[in-house]
Write a protein that binds this ligand. Sequence first.
Ligand SMILES: *Cc1c(COP(=O)(O)O)cnc(C)c1O
Length: 365
Amino acid sequence: MSRVYNFSAGPSVLPESVLQKAAAEMSDYRGTGQSVMEMSHRSKAYKPIVENTEALLRELMGVPDNYKVLFLQGGASLQFAMVPLNLRKKGRAAYVDTGVWASKAEKEAKKWLETVTVASSKAEGYSEIPEVREITGDYDYVHITLNNTIMGTKWPYLPETGEIPLVADISSCVLSEPLDVSKFGILYAGAQKNLGPAGVTLVIIRDDLITDSPVEGTPSMLRYSIHAENGSMYNTPPCYSIYMVGLVLEWMKETGGLAEITRRNQEKAALLYGYLDASDCYRATAKKGSRSLMNVPFLTKETDPEKADALNKKFVAEAAEAGLVNLAGHRLVGGMRASIYNAMPLSGVQALIAFMDRFAAANLH
Ligand SMILES: *Cc1c(COP(=O)(O)O)cnc(C)c1O
């Protein structure tokens, strides 16, 4: 069996050792004679799995004691609704528009409260994070998308919001580098970018924000209070996905924890951006100072749109033949995008650059 280098934005690459461990434990989990998929979520065998996953997450992320860690379903997309449904008080929230996911979050919130777009980088094609160092006003919360998976940008600073809870979508940058959890009211992430397989959504919420939903008719499943009271077991949780997240977190810890993961991520990103910036044939689309560590969109320097489009398709197809898969840019932006999440080894980035050199020599001079 040979593995490819998978640059998918999500679901995305998992550490090979994690897949092997899951395979070895697939039909008989540690002498129980059952797969984790077959266990009751309230069984003696399963309890340590979810407890261990939460403990590792708290340790690696440095989650303070006054925050709950919840394992929910519905993806990051359901959090676009749960945040306004649970935090609405005055009925107004601030959103920063940094791209597709950020504007989707705001659009969904509009169903339950008034939103104010306090800053946007739309006019810049979302190629940078706008300057909004301070956000004040009569807001129930401020929402940001910390890493913009599609445009390949990342907040280089956190806006100061005083007493207003800061809520962040960290789907594509969770545990990619240190983050001061205490600066946030709520953090949320779909697992399938950097934590494990799809199916589980991580929510980290400060205790004082867990109150009864103020919106009449809010379903039980959409209330943080219900999930928190029941330790994420109000109903059947995504047991197997939680187990897989636990294995990924164990791998992170064995690798040297967040410090070593951060060092590797910085090394990979520096190599790829360095190559792009020095290239006569390619260019990165995100502006310096706002660049993502995880998602790197890039284009060729071909200026004729039709020729550029044909070159992009050729690049993606030939890269796939060379074992470098899922390099097509998002359908909304085109070009190419290399997602280099935690589980992408340095050798994958090196192989990509070697391919880019070969492709340039054959097609771009
Ligand atoms: C992928 C992604 C989402 C959507 O996640 P789902 O789990 O599919 O709902 C939302 N926000 C960001 C930043 C993402 O990268």
